[in-house]
Design a protein around this ligand. Structure first.
Ligand code: HDD
Length: 698
């Protein structure tokens, strides 16, 4: 888009970004600092005073405007999903769904549609850390030719509750406790587990939230799900049910819990930084886009209700068809203007897609529009550039309101009107053929306030999830529940959760009780007896993600006198497979290698622990190693890498540090000796086989 630079070179340049957003470029050489109203400022260092030493004068509008604007910089953070990171990119359809829908976004193969995707944690505030155990939001705004489509999903395909009326209770229970204002960004506390124990419908979601999916390695390595069931509508408005899926190209990968906790201290912005750096380096995250489609008859034949958001449709029952891909290739230019002000609305759906009667979704259709009014402060939030429809014009007869930025000429702010007959603009008109139409759902029932009996099975899917996991993942899941319940101070709350777990799987309940060292109570009385479903291996993570260095980071710990050729060899081998390398040294200025060359450090040891890497190499001189034996951060570097199941490459002189850190030989502990390649194989994945040696799991 054209630059809107003024002819007067003294006026600050206003340009448009690649996405069409307005940018006032502070770095333009001809930029002159002005007040908000364009008055040039002569001195930005000193306030106007009555005399050299004050007092300040009320007359100083430059000072007052600056401070007043600053005083109002913050807006209310999102009540949920407050902490998030986002990126621009595109969606490309690879397979047409024209048999099922008239939505252009799902029928025009090869067309690229701009998107803005925001990933978030749920419970923590905007300034909380990136790696708590939590669900991750996965919200995508598609700027389609037929209006914005917002697919506002999570990295988990089911939800805690079945009816939106319970959402405020759920969120109150998980957030900081009302009287004490803690814990921040954590579900491991009384009120959350109290709510969960009393709401058996949450049990399936709890299985997911306690699984490794809730401690992801990277936002580039999470799956995404639309969660609710939606409809596709064809030209004749015939409907097909649809579930939406995002699959990361790098596979779904997680951290270890101990690692996630330590990352929170080492780098609270771990995920945000990872996403930003990857995009800046041209390693664009990519997801496949898939759908599960089913007719009304197929839905009716399932042994569960697809309108119940606590249930998933195993892909062994209804396969996922991959029909598109999303690539995120541009970082936001301004965090507040874009990531903070973006407003996702499940009501943003183009013609050809429609909602279902899912009572959770129905409540969402109100909540998101409403929350923007307090968050962004005006009904005109759709005019903020990141929220504006970009793929098509938007025009209607709504007018005025706070922060109205459109200057719409003419008198046509009502219809019908006959202004055109007098040669005036008559304004836009409805489009019965191409416009959005709702599915003609037959309604026969009376008005009721109840829960459908088809929603009564609270445990079969939780059991399906647990029993579909690998042994490693089952142990992690059980240990996570033990961890969380160990932070619960109310005994009756722990016991109620334990009784509910008995309905999921007797072994799981036993493991958790043993992990807590308490007696296992009898299973609670379920609303409906759970049934055994055929396990779904698709629900696992371990063994499913590709073994690759793509998207992985290797930290090389070096000391003075280290062998530079070996460092280079490791770097080359890692980079050849698409991994990234960071040099960690005792001092940020780097080290003097054997032979006298200086090697700069990317990070200083105390501030760059091994938790932020996927694999580590230790390239030390004998003297360097001897010095590091007395440095706790160096011992932790090796010990944590071992404890977090990472590959460790080392040269002979580094061995004493491994010994001090208690690192035992195994397939992932590799001498760099002559063949650096031997380190690359284990560096592509985690050393799951090591885990029983380093951790007592439930
Ligand atoms: Fe929600 C934000 C996802 C149920 C009410 N939600 C929000 C975001 C995501 C989700 C990803 C952050 C969007 C962003 O990045 O700005 N929410 C979900 C999913 C749900 C769900 C997958 C279950 C299927 N949400 C849900 C219910 C309600 C809400 C049942 C209320 C009845 N959600 C909100 C909200 C938020 C929100 C309060 C806070 C900020 C916002 O909307 O824009 O309206």
């Amino acid at each position: 888009m054209a630059s809107r630079k003024s002819a007067d070179s003294a006026v600050p340049a206003v340009t448009t970004g690649q996405g069409g957003e307005l940018h006032q470029t502070s770095s333009a050489p001809d930029s002159r600092l002005t007040t908000n109203h364009g008055v040039p400022v002569s001195d930005n260092q000193n306030s106007l005073k009555g005399g050299r030493r004050g007092p300040a004068l009320l007359e100083d509008f430059v000072l007052r405007e600056k401070i007043q604007h600053f005083d109002h910089e913050r807006i209310p953070e999102r009540i949920v999903h407050a902490r998030g990171s986002a990126a621009h990119g595109y969606f490309e359809l690879t397979q047409s769904l024209s048999k099922f829908t008239r939505a252009k976004i799902l029928t025009e193969v090869g067309a690229r549609t701009e998107v803005f995707a925001r990933f978030s944690t749920v419970a923590g505030g905007a300034g909380s850390v990136d790696t708590p155990r939590d669900v991750r939001g996965f919200a995508v705004k598609f700027y389609t030719k037929e209006g914005n489509w917002d697919l506002v999903g999570n990295n988990i395909p089911v939800f805690f509750i079945q009816d939106a009326i319970k959402f405020p209770d759920l969120i109150h229970a998980v957030k900081m406790e009302a009287d004490r204002g803690y814990p921040q960004a954590a579900s491991a506390h009384d009120t959350f587990w109290d709510f969960i124990g009393l709401m058996p419908e949450s049990t399936h979601m709890i299985m997911w939230a306690m699984s490794d999916r809730a401690i992801p390695r990277s936002l580039r390595m999470i799956e995404g799900f639309g969660v609710n069931t939606f409809r596709l509508l064809d030209d004749k408005d015939e409907a097909t049910f649809v579930k939406f899926h995002w699959r990361p190209k790098l596979g779904t990968q997680s951290t270890c819990w101990d690692e996630a906790v330590k990352i929170a201290g080492a780098d609270p912005d771990y995920h945000r930084r990872d996403l930003h750096e990857a995009i800046a380096a041209g390693n664009f995250p990519e997801w496949e886009f898939g759908v599960q489609l089913l007719s009304q008859q197929e839905a009716d034949a399932l042994p569960f209700d697809i309108l119940d958001a606590t249930k998933l449709i195993p892909e062994e029952m209804v396969p996922i068809q991959i029909v598109g891909r999303m690539v995120l290739d541009r970082n936001p230019d301004n965090f507040f203007a874009e990531t903070e002000q973006v407003a996702f609305l499940p009501t943003n759906i183009p013609p050809g897609i429609d909602v279902s009667e899912d009572p959770l979704l129905q409540g969402r259709l109100f909540s998101y529009q409403d929350t923007q009014l307090s968050r962004l402060g005006t009904v005109n939030f759709h005019q903020i550039p990141i929220n504006s429809a970009k793929g098509c014009p938007f025009q209607n007869l709504q007018r005025d309101g706070h922060m109205q930025t459109q200057v719409i000429a003419g008198r046509a702010n009502y219809e019908p009107n006959s202004l055109a007959e007098a040669g005036e603009a008559g304004g836009p008109r409805e489009d019965p053929k191409g416009g959005f139409r709702s599915f003609a759902l037959p309604l026969e029932e009376t008005k009721v306030r109840l829960r459908s009996e088809t929603f009564a099975d609270h445990y079969s899917h939780a059991r399906l999830f647990y029993r579909s996991q690998t042994e490693i993942e089952q142990a992690h899941l059980a240990s996570a529940i033990v961890f969380e319940l160990s932070k619960v101070t109310l005994e009756h709350v722990r016991n109620r959760v334990l009784s509910n777990l008995g309905n999921v799987d007797a072994d799981l309940a036993k493991r958790v009780a043993a992990g807590l060292n308490v007696d296992l109570p009898k299973p609670s009385q379920p609303a409906m007896e759970p049934v055994d479903m055929t396990p779904s291996p698709a629900l696992r993570i371990v063994g499913k993600y590709p073994e690759t260095l793509l998207g992985r980071a290797v930290g090389i710990l070096v000391s003075d006198g280290a062998n530079g050729a070996l460092v280079d060899a490791v770097r080359k081998a890692v980079e050849a497979e698409g991994g990234t390398v960071k040099i960690v040294a005792p001092k940020i200025g780097g080290v003097t290698l054997k032979g006298g060359k200086t090697l700069k450090a990317d990070g200083q040891l105390a501030g760059t622990p091994s938790v932020i890497f996927d694999a580590v190499a230790l390239v030390l001189s004998a003297e360097g190693c001897a010095a590091l034996l007395k440095e706790g951060a160096a011992v932790d570097f090796a010990q944590d890498a071992f404890g977090h199941l990472k590959a460790i490459g080392f040269n002979a002189d580094a061995k004493p540090l491994l010994d001090k850190a208690g690192v035992e030989p195994d397939a992932g502990v590799v001498s760099l000796g002559k063949d650096v390649g031997a380190f690359i194989k284990p560096a592509r994945t985690r050393q799951w086989a090591r885990e029983p040696k380093v951790r007592m799991l439930a």
